[in-house]
Design a protein around this ligand. Structure first.
Ligand SMILES: Nc1ncnc2c1ncn2[C@@H]1O[C@H](COP(=O)(O)OP(=O)(O)OP(=O)(O)O)[C@@H](O)[C@H]1O
Ligand SMILES: [Mg+2]
Length: 262
């Protein structure tokens, strides 16, 4: 997943290193009522890379993801996905996995994925069936398609949400803590999939609290006080602590406690 070299863009088109960011925000501010959550934030994610957002509870990760998904509107500033303002017209190009699942408990696994596949415009019945099969296989739930959501384990529910984000093969994935509750083997499998997707040009914005996830990202941004106070590759973030042997966890705690900028 290393991106020192540039990769094929969306659709396999090779572009120069100065290509347009797939996910971008400039001077973005957003408040819930009087509570300012994002302040003059900037982020830029190159196509075919994984950008990981780290930050304390309440630092605004979910809010930022929802702004990119078009579920919230910025108070000021600019938000772009593939060069466009998020909105209904872009939903077929974005795969969004919310932090808290939005599944229909009384429907089966397959019915849930089918519902969202239709909503994202996978119209053809045969194509949809094939897309659902491969999404369920990817999350290792091919044999649970007929089970109701309410009969699944927590990690399985999480995997159905991911299958839904992936079912229409969107070029941009917005994943809000997708690995919470996954066992280590499955988390490794997921990162294998994410690596293959980015190699094919998919861009991933992901939030997480685990250093295991963070280590897999091409770039990381540390969110605090409404903006990214540190940003870089995992190695660069480790170096912000000034300690040669610092782990990502050390860097995270250092940034939480000091708010130091890189
Ligand atoms: N619907 C809402 N109405 C009002 N305030 C909200 C709403 N959603 C979030 N907030 C507030 O916005 C701030 C940012 O919350 P957000 O959910 O974006 O944080 P987060 O970084 O995703 O946290 P976590 O790591 O716990 O998921 C918090 O202060 C939260 O209380
Ligand atoms: Mg959140």
């Amino acid at each position: 997943m290393g991106t020192d070299h540039h990769k094929g863009g969306v659709g396999g088109i090779m572009r120069g290193p100065e290509q347009r960011p797939a996910v971008e925000a400039r001077r973005l501010s957003f408040a819930f009522g009087k509570r300012a959550v994002l302040r003059d934030l900037a982020i830029s994610v190159q196509p075919g890379t994984v950008f990981g957002m780290l930050g304390a509870n309440g630092s605004g990760k979910t809010t930022l993801v929802r702004l990119f998904a078009g579920l919230l509107k910025p108070d000021s500033g600019d938000v772009r996905i593939l060069g466009n303002a998020p909105g209904p017209g872009l939903s077929d190009r974005i795969g969004y996995m919310p932090q808290f699942n939005a599944l229909y408990g009384s429907l089966t696994v397959r019915e849930n994925v089918d519902f969202f596949a239709r909503m994202y415009g996978v119209g053809d019945r045969l194509a949809r069936a094939a897309a659902i099969d491969s999404a369920l296989e990817l999350v290792d739930l091919a044999d649970r398609g007929r089970d109701r959501i309410t009969s699944l384990s927590g990690g399985m529910v999480q995997r159905v949400s991911l299958a839904i984000a992936l079912v229409h093969a969107p070029p941009v994935l917005l994943l809000d803590e997708p690995t919470v509750g996954l066992d280590p083997e499955l988390r490794a499998t997921f990162w294998g999939h994410f690596g293959r997707m980015t190699a094919e040009g998919t861009t991933i914005l992901i939030s997480s609290h685990t250093m295991d996830d963070a280590a897999h990202c091409d770039r990381l941004g540390f969110l605090r006080d409404g903006r990214f106070i540190a940003e870089g590759t995992p190695d660069e973030l480790r170096a912000t602590t000034g300690a040669a042997s610092a782990s990502l966890e050390d860097a995270f705690l250092y940034l939480v406690r000091t708010g130091a900028s890189s």
